[in-house]
Design a protein around this ligand. Structure first.
Ligand code: SAM
Length: 270
């Protein structure tokens, strides 16, 4: 096994991560690392839980059989806990495959909270939060995130607007009307004065006039145009998220330490 930490598999676990802590992995995780990846005693993995940073764990006892969990001991913290930019995504739910895709990509793009909104024209009125969470975990593991997006249960647009947190700038993706082009809007004073923001996108049928009026009437709101073409809801959500990250979010930072520092060649710690 290579000594370069970024080559070690990454797993999200819900338990506390601390030096010398020992983990008993779930049968599913054990199957993945011992059977699929064929890791063995002494091999390293990376773990994160969204609170304690990223840790190196060493396999001390590979699982024997399908129901047993692999034993791992944590040996060192590789990265301190950090969070990306404070951006929410508030999309109307859309057809399952497209919504799954949106969740996966929004996780990679750093959405902190995904709050589905039930709008008048949203044909999909329910989401399977557990399944979406599993998609987000896999995307967080792959994208080297140190946290998971919080996937919330759908709420009506009305109730969300009523309870809207004052400090968070609502960004409303509007394919019609006088919305500013995204690059201009996200380069403007308001977008930069509000480090906490949320992107709203409508369903396949779009927002109604009334919903658009309510979004525009919020205390502070930033309608944005995503170019001259009508984008699919998932395309629009991800395009807006990418533009915001590039101009207001954590794509600005030069610190690309999503990867732990390279380790010197050396023996496996006991
Ligand atoms: N109203 C559109 C139509 O007439 O075909 C359909 C809505 S579009 C599929 C879904 C959502 O994506 C819209 O509600 C809007 O939030 C966003 N969207 C799509 N294209 C956009 C654009 N060019 N600029 C801003 N938002 C856009």
């Amino acid at each position: 096994m290579s000594n370069a930490p970024h080559t070690w598999p990454r797993l999200y676990v819900g338990t506390l991560l601390a030096e010398k802590a020992s983990l008993t992995l779930s049968p599913a995780h054990s199957h993945y690392i011992c059977v699929v990846l064929r890791l063995r005693e002494g091999d390293s993995l990376r773990f994160f839980n969204g609170r304690d940073g990223e840790w190196r764990g060493m396999i001390t006892q590979p699982a024997k059989g399908k129901t047993q969990g692999t034993l791992v001991t944590l040996v060192e913290q590789l990265r301190a806990q950090s969070f990306g930019a404070d951006i929410w995504l508030c999309p109307a739910p859309i057809k399952r495959a497209h919504f799954d895709f949106m969740i996966m990509k929004a996780t990679e793009l750093g959405a902190r909270v995904i709050q589905p909104i039930l709008t008048a024209r949203a044909q999909i009125r329910e989401t399977n939060t557990e399944r979406l969470r599993a998609i987000a975990i896999e995307a967080a593991e792959q994208s080297e995130r140190l946290d998971l997006p919080e996937i919330r249960e759908p709420v009506t647009l009305d109730s969300l607007i009523k309870e809207w947190p004052k400090h968070r700038l609502p960004i409303y993706c509007a394919e019609f009307g006088d919305a500013q082009p995204a690059a201009q809007a996200f380069s403007g004073a308001l977008a930069h004065a509000r480090p906490a923001a949320a992107i709203f996108t409508g369903p396949e049928g779009g927002f109604t006039e009334d919903e658009s009026a309510r979004l525009r009437a919020m205390a502070e709101t930033l309608p944005v145009r995503l170019g001259p073409r009508i984008l699919r809801a998932d395309t629009a959500a991800l395009a807006a998220l990418a533009c915001w990250q590039a101009l207001c979010g954590d794509w600005q930072s030069r610190d690309f330490s999503t990867r732990p520092t390279e380790k010197r060649e050396g023996p496996h710690e006991p």
